[in-house]
Design a protein around this ligand. Structure first.
Ligand SMILES: Nc1ncnc2c1ncn2[C@@H]1O[C@H](COP(=O)(O)OP(=O)(O)OP(=O)(O)O)[C@@H](O)[C@H]1O
Ligand SMILES: [Mg+2]
Length: 202
């Protein structure tokens, strides 16, 4: 069966290194996107709609046309994240391909296997045409399923132990990661072959 598979992007880097700005650029021309937006950044971008309740999120997940939906969670961070993953899976499976952006995964996952609906989204979402942008400052503290199944790794400037950790996971030489400056990135595929890089400009 022919499927239009999505890609799983694992995006790493220190605070203010450029992760969110890179993703914003990547999904700019995507007609359908949903963001997990705990810091309420995506909801203020042009063309994006802010959603704060599970009921509204489910309503938008059923929308078949173009949409850019930023879900700003409440106090039940992990419960809301699970709900968001379910909503994304529904939207991709029954309504059409889309991009899913998950900000700061270390806050809602742990270094073990991906939990609940996030695990399902990672394992089955790509086949449904969902492209996933998985973002964390510290992948050593976020889930192993995402980092182990990435189609592409996008690394921004990082510090300390994160350099060695990401070098091991991505097969980008440690020295190349260590010399990255703010807003500079390097991207490799799942086999460690370099497929991109550069410096963000605004
Ligand atoms: N549209 C823009 N115009 C100018 N500067 C920008 C723009 N978007 C982001 N920046 C700057 O680029 C830098 C990187 O920002 P970004 O939000 O991408 O960081 P980040 O890696 O996502 O950090 P964090 O982990 O804290 O979320 C910041 O200094 C930010 O102020
Ligand atoms: Mg960010």
């Amino acid at each position: 069966m022919k499927t239009d598979d999505g890609l799983l992007y694992v995006i790493a880097g220190a605070s203010r290194s450029g992760k969110t700005a890179w993703c914003v650029r990547e999904v700019r021309r995507t007609p359908r996107a949903m963001a997990w937006d705990p810091e309420a950044q995506w909801c203020d971008l042009p063309g994006w709609r802010k959603v704060t309740t599970r009921a509204d999120l489910m309503k938008w997940a059923q929308h078949p046309g173009p949409m850019k939906i930023a879900f700003v969670p409440g106090s039940d961070l992990k419960g809301d994240f699970d709900f968001w993953c379910d909503a994304v899976m529904f939207a991709g499976r029954y309504r059409g391909p889309l991009a899913a952006v998950a900000e700061e995964l270390a806050d809602v996952t742990t270094p073990s296997k991906a939990p609940g609906a996030w695990g399902i989204l990672l394992r089955r979402g790509l086949k449904r045409g969902i492209s996933i942008y998985a973002i964390s400052q510290r992948w050593a503290e976020a889930d192993k399923t995402a980092i182990g199944n990435a189609s592409q790794y996008v690394c921004f400037a990082m510090r300390g132990d994160d350099v060695a950790y990401m070098a091991r996971k991505t097969r980008i030489p440690e020295a190349d990661l260590a010399k990255l400056q703010a807003l500079e990135w390097v991207a490799v595929n799942a086999y460690g072959n370099r497929i991109g890089g550069g410096r963000l400009r605004f």
